[in-house]
Design a protein around this ligand. Structure first.
Ligand SMILES: Nc1ncnc2c1ncn2[C@@H]1O[C@H](COP(=O)(O)OP(=O)(O)OP(=O)(O)O)[C@@H](O)[C@H]1O
Length: 345
């Protein structure tokens, strides 16, 4: 368990962390999210006693981390996996770490097995790939069999297989009853890994919630593609929907989840549909909405994500597979004649 109470950190005039209070429970992976400069690393450093709070305190397993008699058995962190001495073999690195932490050398083989590095344990770390270094960092974190694990951007730069491996590793450690706190900017990855979330912005707590509840704050979007888009928008409007243009030809977006009603309206009005799709909100959308005022350096330009979709600066703007909703841009009624009942079924 990690308990953070009224934690504040100032660097001169800069307040990096302001009056943060949250707790991280065992048995679950908790994501620690926030835009760049939100104060995540500073908070993690204070939890580990690597930085002193200006005010407030952080407890790990009931005490400040530095007050534990055997700190490596209480908590371990992987903050940067690239610092390992390149000419040292992996096993020697872990043996040195074990000796430093007063941990029996027999534990080295156990953690090598845990991360699948036993076969390359005699090889120098300088020849390791990023994924292998990350595994070595995780082995090192596990040496003391700690109750609390903290990871800062653990999947940065890893290939898909490496990402999956780290994801499963974190989930397995949480399942063993450990407290797992992980910061990441990869929100789609966090949605797959974490159950709980702590979201901060400009050093302040924005939310402590579950992934499910945070995503549920955003409304789903129904996307319709039809050659009769203008006319069908009119039908939707007459039936209480608020159809919006997505910017794509022949496509309409309506907020809500009632896809069955939209399909029924199309059927009843002889409208040919090429696509009817429920675009569920993503963690990314919910995160953007929550932290839209917390981004330190904003360009004013919309942001395209990996899928080439846009939405960065707009809170809650639809970002589904069918493209973004343009808020406020409605279908102009009466531009296209709508086929009458029975006209084309
Ligand atoms: N030693 C320091 N001296 C002065 N300012 C600092 C120091 N460390 C951090 N800061 C500032 O405190 C704020 C929080 O930084 P921090 O690195 O904790 O954010 P972060 O959420 O981890 O960011 P990122 O996601 O970019 O890693 C930033 O504005 C940063 O510039």
């Amino acid at each position: 368990m990690i308990e953070v109470s009224n934690l504040t950190k100032r660097y001169g005039q800069k307040t990096a962390v302001q009056d943060l209070t949250f707790s991280v429970k065992p048995g679950r992976v908790t994501g620690f999210l926030g835009p760049n400069g939100a104060g995540k690393s500073t908070t993690m450093r204070m939890i580990l006693g690597l930085d002193n709070p200006t005010t407030g305190h952080a407890l790990v397993d009931g005490k400040p981390f530095a007050d534990h008699q055997h700190p490596s058995r209480v908590a371990a962190a992987l903050l940067d996996a690239t610092w390992v001495h390149p000419s040292r073999p992996a096993r020697a690195h872990l043996e040195a770490q074990a000796a430093y932490g007063n941990i029996p050398a027999s534990r080295v083989n156990e953690v090598l097995d845990l991360v699948g590095l036993r076969q390359v344990a005699k090889k120098k770390v300088g020849g390791f790939s990023l994924g292998m270094r990350q595994r070595l960092g995780l082995a090192s974190a596990m040496l003391g069999d700690p109750k609390v694990l903290m990871f800062d951007e653990p999947v940065n730069g890893l290939d898909p297989e490496g990402i999956l491996w780290v994801r499963n590793f974190m989930k397995a450690r949480a399942k063993e009853g450990r407290t797992v706190l992980v910061s990441s900017h990869l929100l789609s990855e966090m949605a797959l890994t974490a159950e709980d979330l702590i979201v901060i912005g400009k050093g302040k707590l924005r939310a402590q919630t579950s992934v499910h509840d945070l995503v549920a704050t955003q409304e789903a979007t129904i996307l319709v593609r039809t050659p009769d888009a203008t006319a069908f928008a009119e039908v939707l409007r007459h039936n209480g929907f608020d159809p919006q243009s997505t910017g794509e030809a022949q496509q309409i977006a309506v907020k809500g989840k009632n896809i069955e009603q939209v399909g029924q309206l199309a059927f009843d009005n002889n409208v040919l549909l090429h696509q009817l799709y429920l675009d569920q909100p993503s963690l990314e959308q919910a995160f953007m909405a929550l932290t839209q005022d917390d981004v330190e350096y904003r360009t004013g330009e919309p942001i395209a994500d990996d899928a080439g979709q846009v939405g960065g600066g707009q809170a809650g703007a639809g970002q589904g597979a069918g493209g973004p909703v343009n808020p406020g841009q409605q279908f102009a009624p009466g531009q296209q004649n709508f086929p009458q009942q029975g006209g084309r079924r």
